[in-house]
Design a protein around this ligand. Sequence first.
Ligand code: GUN
Ligand code: ZN
Length: 438
Amino acid sequence: MTQPKQTIQAYRAAILDSIGDPAEVGIEASYRYFEDGLMVVENGQITALGEASNLLKDLPADVPVKQYTDALITPGFIDTHIHYPQTGMIASYGEQLLDWLENYTFPAEHRFEDKKHADEVADIFLTELLRNGTTTALVFGTVHPQSVDAFFEAAEQRDLRMIAGKVMMDRNAPETLTDTPESSYQDSKALIERWHGKGRLHYAVTPRFAPTSTSEQLAAAGKLLGEYEGLYMHTHLSENKQEVEWVKELFPEQNGYLDVYDHHNLLSERSVFAHGIHLCDDECKRLAETDSAIAFCPTSNLFLGSGLFDLPKMEAHKIKVGLGTDVGAGTSFSILQTINEAYKVMQLQGEKLNPFKSLYLATLGGARALKLEDKVGNLEPGTEADFTVLDYNSTPLMGYRMAQAKTLEERLFVMMTLGDDRAVQETFAAGRSVYLRD
Ligand code: GUN
Ligand code: ZN
């Protein structure tokens, strides 16, 4: 067999990445910035990063250098909570969580019984992620195993680092969308065997949320997690007040919502809980103790009227936090727009969200939430070359506003407030261009 051709390519632009959580190391020590930077990529990995003037001296003359002007290279964005089957029902009017699920979500998910439909949506979904500069995501499928096959096939084809799983749901949902503890265990196991660790793919055991699983099914989820190395656990937690009350009624023997998951051995360093808006201090303590993560999903929380996420409380408890779009309850695939809404959620609580903290949440913080920081999340040499090129002139207004901006912090904040898919000029995964605007 012939070896694939070795490739080496350099990229020259302003380059910014996150190297620590501002809450732990302070703002200034949390990022790296090269005004005229150079990043060298060999065979899908970053091999050098620094000032162009330093690195160009040692770069062999035959290495091509691609230069971007008025642009900023950042790591690819990381979306720690999203539902690919809800792509076609984003922006569905008028309901809060439980009615929204019944009236819009379940009917849309029913269609994923059809593999062809799943293939079509997986393709649209991944195209949309890459158009928005997102290179890694933790993704819900539906109850149908073929929905997950469709997703992983499409992700494998593009060589993306992705995590996904089949929904486990054995009660409180339409009969056509429910499985059983045994079938969900067997179906998940078959998917794990097929996909977990294949290329850049990982499997997440995915009980939808406590109300749609019996205790027997949650026990099956816990059993799976004990049977394979490196599996993720992905579910929802404490999103909506009615939902929290319902969980108490359904599991009276447990001490609150998080304890339902804890009792079934679902808390670990690879557990990601979406939302976590209505958590008490004991629940926060337990999340921190188990090194579990929360996905902060501001556009969804505002759209469904679920509540305001308390980021400072999570920081005080040292809980890992990433950003999630939560499409289709979330209203945008754009992590830039998700940051824009996160900023407003903080404002409503009298707090400021510094743009370097937002950068951290969107990149390295997300990678840490997913235990992938040795592979993606920043531009450290040795990590995978997943990155995006942001255009400071993406709209006339952004260009005009940028012309008034004096500091990197200001430019970054403007990018995060006005930016969306139009600001993403190019996206790279494993060193390959996977999206080029225009
Ligand atoms: N809780 C249970 N299922 C869902 C879902 O699909 N979306 C959101 N936002 N919350 C949920
Ligand atoms: Zn969700």
